[in-house]
Design a protein around this ligand. Structure first.
Ligand code: FAD
Ligand code: NAD
Length: 402
């Protein structure tokens, strides 16, 4: 018999941690492992709002895959996945194809636009290192444009963020820190720059703890963020968004959409059965009808048996799923009992820019301000430690409180 071939698609949280665990649990003669990713680096999706605002350098948010994955053990393929042919156990790439015995899909998310006109053409989104860097550059370009045009309108400087979920809130928090720096750099008074966060529901962070969301809103307002709540975005134009039932037009030089995410469209296009755009995997994280295909992270719909609702798409869950997936592949190769996925919720902490943050940890204990910020850095550094040990924490970690 030949050595089974495990192919992992996507080097995000799910793909990286699965690969890491497979290396630890399987000897080279037991399995061949291939990791396919669009880039030769892994990025911290959870830091991309900072890249987009320009509060951290791009390189801080990314790690060369070969720095943390042993390339003698894992075959790295830098290519773009185009389609999965599960019936033929094949993956089609832009520049070739791969056969597998076991497949792990961790291709992550893309922006959900809900068919809103103009969204594809005119909205920026915080999706990858490349799209985030473009937001940073675009905002700075608007500042320099303002200084060189004859009679420029102040609207050029307005930044609208559409959606006040965690991504939108964390992003406006970073903008609140970044804009004063840009104002100084370009000699523009701070009051000329508007940061407007528009949200369809009556509150920011719908369904989150009320005290914490009030804290967040107060902190952001104090640093100049304006909120338009209960206001639905209906259309996006080149230099404006149209909102509400009366189709009010709000002009802006930058529009960033943080209104929701969906699974990478490749899973649906490859013929996997979808529930609200994601693959409804079994408790062992396998695709229906395909016991050799595991789907993790933002591509998977995993039911929480206690609430009867699916788990939200988070890095925390993707990392925990990777452990179960690696264990189950090992078990399928060596024999034994498969493990079911259960989520161990460690809480949610959101940064609000600078030394501000808030969140819940350990069964709902609330944290505010600097204490929450330190906790956020502990969470970030813990992941880096799991991925690359103390060396990676020293190189890319966030152990400083500011
Ligand atoms: P991803 O991390 O998105 O990784 C997917 C990988 O697949 C990427 O490396 C990508 O390059 C690669 N890829 C995609 N398409 C292809 C292709 N066709 N071919 C080859 N490679 C491909 N969650 C938390 O738990 N805590 C947080 O604090 C938090 N903060 C967040 C902040 C922001 C700004 C955002 C946007 C999200 C945040 N999330 C957070 C959510 C979290 O980032 C996602 O749930 C998580 O990234 C999902 O992990 P994943 O492994 O499924 O996919
Ligand atoms: P989300 O779906 O959580 O939030 C999107 C927001 O946009 C919602 O509040 C929604 O009401 C609003 N919206 C949708 N359509 C709109 C419209 N037409 N007009 C105005 N508002 C509209 O998306 P997200 O914030 O990108 O988060 C995605 C996932 O990533 C979530 O699971 C989230 O928990 C996770 N995340 C976690 C953290 C953290 O833990 N610190 C940070 C960022 C993201």
């Amino acid at each position: 018999t030949t050595t089974p071939h495990i192919v992992v698609l996507g080097a995000g949280y799910a793909g990286m941690m699965t690969t890491k665990r497979l290396i630890q649990q399987l000897a080279p003669h037991e399995a061949q492992i291939t990791l396919v990713n669009k880039h030769n680096y892994h990025y911290q999706t959870t830091w991309l709002h900072e890249v987009a605002a320009g509060t951290i350098d791009v390189n801080r948010s990314r790690i060369m895959i070969s720095d943390v994955i042993n390339t003698k053990r894992v075959h790295l393929v830098q290519d773009t996945v185009e389609r999965i042919k599960a019936d033929e156990k094949k993956v089609l790439l832009q520049n070739g194809e791969l056969d597998y015995d076991y497949l792990v899909i961790g291709l992550g998310f893309e922006k959900a636009t809900f068919g809103i006109p103009g969204m594809d053409e005119h909205a920026f989104s915080i999706q990858s290192v490349d799209t985030s860097r473009m937001i940073r550059d675009h905002i700075e370009y608007q500042f320099s444009r303002y200084k060189t045009e004859d009679n420029p309108s102040d609207d050029i400087l307005t930044i609208i963020v559409g959606g006040a979920g965690f991504t939108g809130i964390e992003f406006v928090g970073e903008l609140a820190e970044r804009i004063p720096v840009l104002c100084k750099k370009y000699d523009i008074p701070r009051k000329k720059v508007k940061i407007i966060n528009i949200e369809a529901t009556p509150t920011i962070l719908p369904n989150f703890d009320e005290e914490l969301l009030e804290y967040a809103q107060r902190s952001l307002k104090a640093r100049g963020v304006q909120f338009r709540l209960g206001t639905m975005i209906k259309e996006v134009k080149k230099d404006a968004v149209i909102v509400g039932d009366d189709m009010e037009e709000i002009k802006a030089g930058t529009f960033v959409w943080t209104g929701g995410v969906q699974a990478n469209r490749i899973v649906g296009e490859s013929g996997f059965e979808l529930t609200k755009g994601k693959v409804n995997v079994d408790t062992m994280l396998r695709a229906p009808g395909h016991d050799d295909v595991f789907i993790l992270g933002d591509c998977a719909w995993v039911m929480n048996k206690d609430t009867g609702r699916p788990y939200p798409p988070t890095a925390q869950i993707a990392i925990q799923e990777a452990d179960v997936c690696a264990h189950n592949i090992k078990t399928m190769i060596q024999g034994g009992t498969l493990r079911e996925f259960t989520f161990d919720d460690k809480g949610t902490v959101a940064s609000l820019g600078g030394s501000e943050a808030m969140g819940t940890v350990f069964d709902g204990h609330k944290l505010y301000g600097l204490q929450a910020k330190v906790m956020k850095h502990v969470i970030d550094d813990r992941y880096l430690f799991l991925l690359g040990g103390p060396g990676l924490v020293l190189k890319k970690g966030k152990f400083r409180p500011f």
